[in-house]
Design a protein around this ligand. Structure first.
Ligand SMILES: [Zn+2]
Length: 269
């Protein structure tokens, strides 16, 4: 059975959305912010990528997945399946795809990974992954590779449920702070990648009359000088954009919590 709605979740690490929009450098995100379902979201402490992405992608909190930092020691990911895995349990026929440059999210040979490798599903063509190492090679180029692989996959096979992840803004925020300059250069680069993803989805909707939802979120903000992990509202600020193409935007609950995203996704597809 085909899914009702095909869904692409775009994760943009360390994105301060309002600051990005105010800079004028994030035109696609600004448009989506104003023309979609939108909710502010507050992430749990610590405001660190490992626990925060794990909560967003599995639908359970740290008390269940036990990812409390970026070391993933003593994690219980086996009892906290990711949303792609959960979706295949509900809809066994669907095709899933994930692309990321942060190894703990996706690399079968790294700690984690949060996105289960599902080797048998990969062999049978029901799941595919695109793995790069942005920690070693830098996210400026890796994000582009990840985006292009996702555009190609959507164009060629239109997976029912996909996750794509960009980390160049977070990387620039750590190096240069988040007030001016290179943080916004990185945001503009990612904004263009989001535009390309939106365009390939539009093309499929036009060609095949498919219904799609593009969902965008982040795992934490940053301090002005760069860095996160603490409990300031600026570090805890996240958001959820859900943009329908070929269908209406969803009416998800306002003030949605990070662990509630997966449930909304599974109820939508
Ligand atoms: Zn992060």
């Amino acid at each position: 059975m085909a899914s009702k709605t095909k869904l692409l979740l775009i994760g943009i690490d360390g994105l301060m959305l309002q600051r990005a929009i105010d800079s004028g450098r994030a035109k696609t995100l600004a448009h989506l912010r104003g023309n979609s379902f939108f909710s502010e979201m507050i992430v749990d402490l610590p405001t660190v990528s490992g626990p925060s992405w794990t909560t967003l992608l599995t639908g359970v909190t740290q008390s269940t997945h036990c990812v409390i930092d970026n070391d993933f020691k003593e994690h219980k990911l086996a009892s906290a399946p990711d949303f792609l895995t959960l979706a295949t349990r509900k809809f066994p026929e669907i095709k899933t795809f994930a692309a990321a440059g942060w190894p703990p999210l996706i690399d079968p040979n790294d700690i984690g990974p949060v996105i289960a490798t599902r080797a048998e599903d990969q062999q049978s063509g029901k799941h595919s992954i695109f793995v790069r190492d942005g920690e070693t090679n830098g996210y400026e180029s890796v994000d582009v590779e990840v985006a292009h692989a996702t555009v190609r996959e959507i164009h060629e096979s239109g997976p029912d449920l996909s996750f794509v992840y960009f980390c160049g803004a977070d990387e620039a925020g750590h190096q240069y702070g988040t007030v001016e300059g290179k943080y916004f250069d990185a945001i503009e680069r990612i904004d263009l990648l989001v535009e390309a993803l939106q365009q390939v989805v539009r093309n499929r909707c036009d060609k095949f009359q498919e219904k799609w939802l593009i969902v965008i979120t982040t795992d934490h903000g940053h301090r002005d000088e760069g860095g996160h992990g603490g409990d300031s509202s600026q570090e805890r600020a996240s958001f959820l954009i859900a943009h329908g193409i070929g269908r209406e935007h969803p009416s998800w609950p306002a003030n949605i919590k990070p662990e509630e995203l997966v449930g909304q996704i599974l109820a939508t597809i």
